[in-house]
Write a protein that binds this ligand. Structure first.
Ligand code: KIV
Length: 342
């Protein structure tokens, strides 16, 4: 799809479009004069982002997110698991795009997140990274890729950055993960922590349950939040926590909290894209905190049913979808077939 539009719009760039650059970057770059294309590189190490410059936009950085936090401007984060979902999330203006290990359940059909591997997460992250040049990207480290030792955690984080092309990583756990968080962040890899309901530990937690809902548990949550902040995390996801507790934890931290099922007083929000745009069958379980902003299941289903009907009654493809042969070629071709048959 993307490459055919490249071919029709900018034939002279077809080769580079297909083989080297991202389709979005290339199609927008093509409209810029050559001199401007070169000027958009900010330093010898900064990747050129001409499409952003053309739109008067800048990439979101850790500093952008910190400034938003200081100014109490809510940070928006959404998951993406492949190229088109990343493209649409960025187009909608998401500050952060998370390649979450929710990939396992909502995109790969696994029963829980424990099955997905680092290699699978990296493949998903690579696809997302090809679409994104403005939002700040976060790659989830899956279960088994970071708990054994800080060294293992750093090795996996490096793979997520080098191979997955993510700008930061996320891992689940609080105070007990502080040595791993320190190891990763002191190596120069930004990290988002994830506390409260940590789905990778669902069996230890007894299922997907609200966390921090007693005084002791709320105190433990706060200790975890402080520990991951002290270890170097630049943000922390709070999942399934009562809103009042999440608010107090947010107020007690210097780093932003990104809530999911944690009320509207956290520094930002994250949702799983497939849930919120509604690419789920009507009977799929949906947690209380998910708001369905769209009904992609219904519109997708209607489109596919119409395609089936139109193929069945031969109204698709219509005249506008077909390539026509030269009449003389067709005639000669038919004659040639006839002569081989006689
Ligand atoms: O895996 C994921 O999508 C996540 C979010 C729900 C925060 O961790």
């Amino acid at each position: 799809m993307a490459h055919s539009s490249c071919v029709t719009r900018i034939p002279s760039l077809t080769r580079s479009c297909l083989h080297r650059s991202s389709p979005i970057t290339t199609s927008l770059t093509a409209s810029l004069p050559r001199s401007q294309r070169q000027q958009t590189r900010f330093s010898s190490h900064a990747p050129s982002s001409p499409s952003l410059a053309a739109r008067g936009q800048k990439p979101t950085t850790i500093q952008t997110l910190q400034k938003m936090h200081q100014e109490k401007s809510p940070i928006t984060m959404l998951t993406a698991h492949n190229f088109p979902s990343a493209l649409i999330a960025q187009e909608a203006g998401m500050d952060m795009i998370l390649v979450g290990d929710s990939l396992a359940m909502v995109s790969l059909g696994m029963p829980d997140t424990s099955e997905v591997t680092l290699d699978e997460m990296i493949m998903s992250a690579r696809a997302v990274s090809r679409a994104v040049n403005r939002s700040f990207t976060v790659g989830d480290l899956p279960m088994g890729s970071y708990e054994i030792s800080p060294e293992q955690a750093l090795t996996s984080a490096i793979r997520m950055v080098k191979e997955g092309r993510m700008q930061s990583v996320k891992l689940e756990g609080g105070a007990e993960m502080a040595p791993a968080i320190k190891k990763i962040t002191t190596a120069g890899i930004p990290l988002v922590a994830h506390i409260g309901l940590t789905p990778q530990r669902q069996h230890a937690l007894g299922g997907f349950k609200v966390q921090g809902n007693t005084l002791d548990k709320a105190m433990a949550l706060l200790r975890d939040a402080k520990a991951v902040e002290d270890a170097g995390a630049f943000a922390v996801v709070l999942e399934c926590v009562p809103s009042e507790i999440a608010e107090e934890v947010t107020n007690a931290l210097k780093i932003p909290t990104i809530g999911i099922g944690a009320g509207n007083k956290t520094s930002g929000q994250v949702l799983v894209q497939i849930d919120m745009i509604g690419i789920r069958p009507p009977d799929a379980f949906m947690p209380k905190f998910v708001k369905k902003y769209g009904s992609m299941w219904e519109s997708g289903l209607a489109a596919i049913k119409q395609y089936k009907d139109e193929v069945s009654d031969r109204s698709y493809p219509g005249p506008q979808h077909v390539y026509k042969s030269d009449a003389k070629v067709t005639e000669a071709f038919r004659a040639a077939i006839q002569s081989t048959q006689s």
